[in-house]
Design a protein around this ligand. Structure first.
Ligand SMILES: *Cc1c(COP(=O)(O)O)cnc(C)c1O
Length: 394
């Protein structure tokens, strides 16, 4: 089986598993307990916090552990909105191609009277700091712009956007779930106030993540209860998962440059090879993209059929984000970069990790063109295109 769906989730590393096991067995204490078993867990929790903080270049007290990227996004945005509302500021700037954890939270706020401005992302799938600067008003309380897009892999100019926000005195949140462990992160140099990350996107366990909250930003809890996470996130900490996340993150950050180099070389072979398929187009920018991300549209086919046939050939891929597959609407990301509905339906995302090999790439490049051709042969739309009843878009 060739797994090229690492943007959806990754395999947990052996390092993460080894780090977790003691806390799933004899180290089961509650970090809030005062006895030695509890205190051993509390110590592991503190060490994990220090490790995660070091990987982001922040202080350990600026890290809140959460249940994942979605919770971190929700908490960051809802907190910033609450801070804004107290000052009568209810304008939020974001982009049209954020993850649904961001977009749906913004939609909820819109119903509560916030004004949401989603910046267009253009065909390359990015926004400039200049666009953000122009959008910021006196009543803007938050700018939330993702670090890298989960579907098309484009990387946004977070440091520049952060600098603009700082100059204007507006809080800046970035959903860095696709970036952490894959791109260099430095919350200080990148002028970030709030940053979300998720362990299962960098070979850590599922159901655990973190929110970086810059010292002094008054974050509000989403979950009320005990005093865990300095009162900002109640509930007994998931110690094994948090310890696993820290181990996975340290490992990913240490191997980041080496992994990126390897994955970029494989990615570019895939891009070159798939671009030879007639009436296809790369989604996103060829250069400014995550090392492991490949995303194409093939005219005249349905992405879902392509996925099923690829799966039958032992290739696990995606047609977009896992959250939208299963729904009939084409990806909001592909629509945002200007792909028409007809074309957006025929998309394929291959997302690599450092475990993928040259053999994987060679196999994918022999199978995908054959399957695309087979599906096109069966497609009434393709026949309309080839006999001139319908105009090609790509
Ligand atoms: C996966 C993902 C999320 C959600 O993270 P979970 O830990 O699965 O909740 C949020 N944003 C982006 C960009 C993602 O890729």
């Amino acid at each position: 089986m060739i797994y090229v769906d690492n943007a959806a989730t990754t395999r947990m590393s052996q390092t993460a598993l080894d780090a977790m096991l003691p806390f799933l067995t004899e180290g089961y204490g509650n970090p809030s307990s005062l006895h030695s078993v509890g205190q051993a867990a509390a110590e592991a929790l503190q060490k994990a916090r220090e490790t995660v903080a070091a990987c982001l270049n922040c202080a350990p007290r600026e890290i809140i552990f959460t249940s994942g990227g979605s919770e971190a996004d929700n908490q960051a945005i809802i907190s910033a909105a609450a801070i804004g509302a107290r000052k009568g500021k209810k304008h939020i700037v974001s982009t049209a191609f954020e993850h649904h954890a961001v977009l749906h939270t913004l939609q909820k706020l819109q119903k509560q009277g916030f004004e949401i401005e989603l910046l267009p992302v253009g065909s390359a799938g990015t926004v400039t700091a200049e666009q953000v600067k122009k959008a910021i008003r006196d009543d803007t309380c938050l700018v939330t712009v993702m670090f890298a897009n989960n579907e098309i892999g484009s990387i946004l100019p977070v440091a520049e956007i952060g600098a603009v926000c700082r100059e204007k005195g507006v809080l800046f949140h970035t959903d860095a779930v696709q970036a952490v462990g894959h791109l260099p992160i430095d919350v200080q140099a990148q002028n970030v106030d709030l940053l979300s990350l998720s362990a299962h996107k960098f070979h850590g366990p599922k159901g655990v993540g973190a929110l970086f909250v810059k010292n002094g930003v008054p974050i509000t809890p989403l979950i009320e209860g005990g005093a865990q996470e300095r009162g900002k996130r109640a509930g007994t900490e998931n110690v094994p998962a948090i310890v696993g996340m820290a181990a996975a993150l340290k490992e990913a950050v240490e191997a980041l440059a080496e992994n990126a180099k390897k994955m970029t070389a494989l990615r570019d072979q895939l891009i070159d090879g798939l671009a030879r398929i007639p009436h296809s187009a790369l989604n996103g920018d060829a250069v400014n993209r995550l090392p492991g991300n490949v995303n194409f549209c093939f005219e005249g086919i349905e992405g879902e059929s392509l996925l099923l046939l690829l799966d039958a050939k032992g290739i696990c891929a995606s047609s977009g984000s896992a959250c939208t597959s299963g729904s009939l609407d084409p990806s909001h990301v592909l629509l945002a970069i200007g792909r028409p509905h007809e074309v957006a339906h025929g998309s394929l995302r291959l997302s690599l990790c450092e475990a993928n090999t040259q053999e994987d790439v060679d196999y994918i490049l022999t199978e995908v063109p054959k399957i695309v051709e087979r599906l096109r042969d069966l497609s009434p739309v393709w026949h309309d295109l080839t006999n001139g009843k319908r105009a090609f878009i790509l």
